[in-house]
Design a protein around this ligand. Structure first.
Ligand SMILES: CC(C)(COP(=O)(O)OP(=O)(O)OC[C@H]1O[C@@H](n2cnc3c(N)ncnc32)[C@H](O)[C@@H]1OP(=O)(O)O)[C@@H](O)C(=O)NCCC(=O)NCCS
Length: 171
């Protein structure tokens, strides 16, 4: 038998449910270690959600939160603009439209709450993501340099520099 020989092949019917993140999702949002260093940010964002300042949407696949988008409702509220961040899909499910559906769900949520525009930042070294947002109707509105600081579960403080395109879409 040759190593590359296919033994079986079938297609999984895989339901995806987009819903608001629940407290019990938080450990699974660490994605088996991939996102563990961001535990503090995940927790803080969940607290923002509980205060009504943010919404964390997850794409649940077979009981697992395999995709997410976080929506900041307060950052640019005076401009009737929502701000999206932490848009990601678990690696092996990327390229299957889960990200596009999450973005559409976030935009619809903002429309329903009276927001008229949406903004996000994309790292300049991530042209694939920029293309993804452009396809969804986002256009560059500027650039931003800065950074953000977070504390890892080990108590280490990490500062990440950011060099981003800012992209916007009217809703
Ligand atoms: C960007 C991302 C959320 C898109 O979700 P998705 O379900 O893979 O996207 P869709 O299937 O709806 O659309 C596919 C498009 O996403 C982009 N994309 C696919 N894989 C990507 C990856 N690993 N990193 C960045 N963008 C990616 C491409 O533009 C792709 O279009 P293409 O097939 O013509 O190249 C997802 O790929 C991801 O989590 N990437 C890694 C994290 C990331 O870069 N997040 C964005 C931060 S601003």
């Amino acid at each position: 038998m040759h190593e590359s020989e296919i033994i079986d092949r079938f297609t999984l019917p895989l339901e995806v449910i987009i819903r608001v993140c629940r407290r019990e999702d938080l450990p699974a949002l660490e994605w088996y270690g991939l996102m563990t260093e961001y535990r503090g940010i995940i927790q803080e964002t969940f607290e923002m959600q509980e205060r009504g300042e943010a919404v964390m949407l997850v794409a649940e696949v077979n009981g697992f939160p395999a995709g997410q988008v976080w929506i900041n409702l307060v950052l640019k509220k005076d401009e009737a603009m929502g701000a999206l961040w932490a848009v990601r899909v678990f690696p092996f499910l990327q390229g299957r439209k889960v990200g596009s559906r999450l973005m559409e769900a976030a935009e619809q949520l903002l429309r329903n709450r009276g927001y008229r525009a949406v903004e996000l930042g994309v790292e300049k070294d991530n042209p694939d993501a920029r293309r993804f947002y452009e396809r969804l109707g986002y256009r560059e509105s500027g650039t931003a340099q800065g950074g953000f600081t977070y504390t890892t579960p080990d108590g280490e403080e990490i500062t990440m520099p950011l060099d981003e395109w800012i992209m916007r879409k009217q809703l």
